[in-house]
Design a protein around this ligand. Structure first.
Ligand SMILES: C[S@@+](CC[C@H](N)C(=O)[O-])C[C@H]1O[C@@H](n2cnc3c(N)ncnc32)[C@H](O)[C@@H]1O
Length: 790
């Protein structure tokens, strides 16, 4: 599906749901939008999804606005701290809040989500303006989302990664990953239990066919700071074969694969209200062949014994059971549907359908392919019509199609979702391979097909709605969830670039032996289709023969950190940043060579600084600190007390003399103009600060100070200037830290007007007074805005 090939654009341009003019539709509020569609209602009535008695409740739920959901992310300890902050600091106040006499539904954990880390709330936007408590909670969510401690995600969209059962040793492929909310869960599962500084042996390949959307994944991955992720840009159905050396060549297969495929998104009507206007019966017919091909490719790429999850945010059996049943049928005994009824027991779900009907373009409904006349379907849909219907009842029973999960909006106040968990129980035989190729490849994609939502704009649309629930990022937009499921329609990529799965032309990695630096570019010189990747290719750096050695020596990075993971993007023989990938990522990239279109990978660990007298031309970068920390010379890792941490957070470039003597001494052991990492370990600090008795007393005073709730260690990159020291984090990260450590709510710009300069003036006053004047510490360069605090 390349640019010159089929185009799934409606040709109507503009925003999803727009007409043919290419102009944006006039803004309509949630109430104004007609939340009904005669064909949709007729179609789902005919499917008998939930029985006649229950159907009105289902349709009614589909018409109401969705609550907001989020997940607490990150390392276990840190996630627990954030959870406690929500439970202890916000929930009790919100419970007592009323707005215009009405009670507000307090945030509550999703019953079925493990460890109380999935949350839901419904706060009308209008209420925010009327309650200080609600607006404080909102600010907190916005800040923590930006720094990566919270991820906004529709509740049901959290289910597929949980059922994939990812372990830290697994190689995981996310076929249709952007914008990456599920990928984030997969990465967390791979990272779970990893020891500090020791990346796990698993990896996650986050792939998306749409280059622009693959770039959205990069942002998501940066928040996660994992060296075990690669972002790639291929059509899922043509994800390339990667070979291990040997004869015969063995294809790299994955332990786990997620196929969260593009779909009509009619399970998202509560969020993406325009689906009511744009839903058409044959959208599903167009999607079915692409969905099948993606799933079929995933089956080939799955290890025997591996698990695959197929999911959509559509209720339509043509996009769900039809795809699963026909692919299972093609692969015979190699696949089985897994019974996951015992997993996530508190999650309400209904079984997959073993029979359903198909609606033609004219709205006529058919129980079997025999009654459909060619005029009522497009030519390609008509040719593919067998794939849209169920298999014979006996075969459907044999496949155990009821093991699929259907989640309906009225069951537990969510969106609608479909999930199938598939296991590859035996290798695919030659016969099955031939049959799959024959039937799968024979499926045609619709040349003239047009899909809802297939426009050139980003999925986030700006139909603000004051009556809508409040999103974590501060907008009231019904459609702008980071999570695509909530954003509504899943798109078919149109500008994907593919390297054919069996592209014999694929070249091996180039090795530049000259000058000792081994350079292995991992992007095709000339992608066959799609836009050229904007960045230079990644090149692995040889620690012994490059500038890297000097940097590692300066910071005393021990050999316990493998030297094989350092890489960079080289421009004019030089590099600005140094990244690090875990060993499995290096292996994959070496095996793949130019077959893999890598958009991004690795965590930034060092950045070139622009300070002339610095001992090292590179400084430490926040996102790489936790990875480097266990390997760094202790000289650069400075433990601080709560008092010193408070000074560092409350003051802009505090003078060394403002810190405790012990800390001054530690900092003076480091050259001026250098990076250092400040570490605050709450348990160690409490032990150092006093006896168990003192701690107990502290705990008896309700409510505890914010830092008493901190249990995870904080590591913060700092810049040690000549006479001062400054925290090197973005403004949002600073806000998050000030809130977590000092209990003060600060806006996202990092200032609450109370941070002090060395003359005791507040930030705001100092800024007005010092316009045109030099700052106290010119060498303390401003940090970049994307560095997370560990
Ligand atoms: C439902 S969204 C994925 C949502 C994502 N899994 C998440 O949880 O954030 C579907 C994605 O599939 C991508 N896509 C469309 N056609 C594709 C194809 N043929 N192969 C791979 N990805 C495709 C779209 O660009 C879109 O980002």
């Amino acid at each position: 599906m390349g640019r010159g090939g089929k185009r799934f654009g409606r040709g109507r341009g503009g925003k999803r749901g727009g007409g043919g003019s290419g102009e944006r539709q006039a803004y309509k509020s949630f109430e104004e939008l007609r939340r009904d569609n005669a064909n949709l209602r007729k179609y789902y009535t005919a499917q008998n999804l939930v029985g006649e008695d229950e159907f009105p409740a289902l349709i009614e739920a589909m018409r109401t606005i969705l609550p907001t959901n989020f997940r607490i992310t990150g390392s276990r300890q840190q996630a627990m701290d954030i959870r406690e902050q929500i439970v202890g600091e916000f929930v009790p106040h919100i419970r007592e809040t009323t707005v215009d006499g009405a009670e507000i539904e307090a945030p509550h954990p999703l019953e079925w989500y493990p460890n109380g880390l999935g949350w839901q709330f419904s706060i009308p936007r209008i209420a925010l303006k009327k309650s200080k408590e609600l607006s404080r909670f909102h600010s907190f969510l916005v800040t923590e989302t930006e720094v990566g401690n919270i991820s906004r995600q529709e509740a049901v969209s959290m289910v597929p990664p949980l059922l994939l059962d990812v372990q830290p040793s697994h190689w995981v492929l996310d076929m249709c990953a952007a914008p990456g909310s599920k990928t984030a869960q997969l990465v967390e599962a791979v990272e779970a239990g990893a020891e500090p500084g020791r990346p796990p042996s698993g990896l996650v390949v986050a792939n998306d066919a749409d280059y622009k959307r693959a770039c959205m994944l990069v942002h998501q991955m940066n928040r996660l700071s994992s060296p075990n992720v690669v972002v790639t840009n291929h059509s899922g159905e043509q994800f390339p074969n990667i070979y291990r050396p040997g004869s015969p060549r063995e294809v790299v297969q994955f332990d786990r694969i997620l196929c969260d495929v593009p779909c009509s998104g009619d399970g998202t009507t509560r969020k993406n209200v325009r689906v009511w206007e744009t839903w058409r019966p044959d959208d599903a017919h167009t999607l079915n062949p692409v969905q099948s091909k993606i799933l079929q490719r995933a089956v080939h790429l799955l290890k025997t014994g591996g698990r695959l999850v197929y999911s959509t945010c559509s209720l339509n059996p043509v996009e769900n059971e039809a795809v699963v049943a026909h692919v299972l049928d093609r692969f015979g005994a190699a696949l089985r549907l897994v019974d996951v009824s015992a997993e996530l027991p508190a999650l309400k779900r209904r079984p997959g359908l073993s029979t359903w009907k198909v609606m033609a373009r004219d709205g006529s409904i058919h129980g079997s392919p025999e009654t459909i006349v060619p005029e009522t379907l497009s030519r390609s849909h008509y040719r593919n019509r067998m794939q849209l219907f169920p298999l014979a009842p006996a075969r459907m029973a044999e496949l155990g199609i009821e093991r699929c999960l259907r989640i309906y909006p009225h069951l537990q106040n969510t969106g609608g979702f479909f999930v199938a968990v598939i296991e590859k129980v035996a290798p695919i035989t030659a016969d099955e391979k031939r049959r799959a190729a024959r039937e799968g490849d024979a499926m045609e994609e619709d040349e003239d097909a047009v899909l809802p939502g297939d426009d050139d704009d980003d999925d986030n649309n700006d139909d603000g709605d004051d009556s809508a629930n409040v999103n974590v990022d501060g907008s009231a937009n019904a459609n702008d969830d980071e999570d695509d499921d909530a954003a509504g329609v899943k798109r078919l990529a149109t500008d994907a670039s593919d390297i054919g799965a069996d592209d014999a032309e694929a070249k091996r990695p180039k090795v530049d032996g000259k000058g000792g630096s081994r350079r292995t570019p991992f992007q095709p010189d000339c992608p066959r289709e799609g836009p050229a990747l904007r960045e230079n290719p990644f090149v692995f750096l040889d620690a012994r023969a490059s500038e890297l050695q000097g940097i590692l020596d300066y910071y005393g990075v021990r050999e316990s950190m493998s030297r094989r993971g350092f890489l960079s993007r080289i421009e004019d023989g030089s590099f600005r940043s140094i990244y690090y990938v875990a060993e499995p990522v290096r292996q994959l990239m070496e095996l793949a060579g130019q077959r893999l279109r890598v958009v991004n990978t690795g965590i930034r660990v060092f950045n070139r600084n622009c300070v002339k007298d610095a001992g090292c031309a590179f400084r430490l970068v926040g996102e790489g600190v936790s990875l480097l920390l266990p390997h760094l010379d202790e000289k650069y890792v400075v433990d601080v007390s709560l008092g010193d941490l408070q000074t560092l957070l409350e003051h802009v470039n505090p003078l060394l003399s403002a810190l405790s003597e012990g800390l001054q001494e530690r900092l003076r052991a480091v050259d001026p103009s250098s990076s250092v990492v400040v570490r605050y370990d709450p348990a160690a600090a409490a032990a150092a600060a006093g006896s168990a008795e003192a701690q107990q007393q502290q705990q008896q005073q309700p409510p505890p100070p914010p830092h008493a709730r901190l249990t995870a260690t904080l590591t913060i990159p700092c810049w040690r200037g000549h006479a001062s020291v400054s925290v090197h984090v973005s403004k949002t990260q600073l806000s998050s830290l000030i809130h977590r450590v000092l209990g003060r709510t600060v806006d996202r710009n990092g200032a609450d007007g109370t941070r002090l300069d060395n003359n005791g003036r507040t930030e705001a006053t100092a800024a007005t007074e010092t316009i045109g004047a030099t700052t106290t510490e010119p060498e303390a360069t401003e940090p970049e805005a994307t560095e997370p605090v560990q």
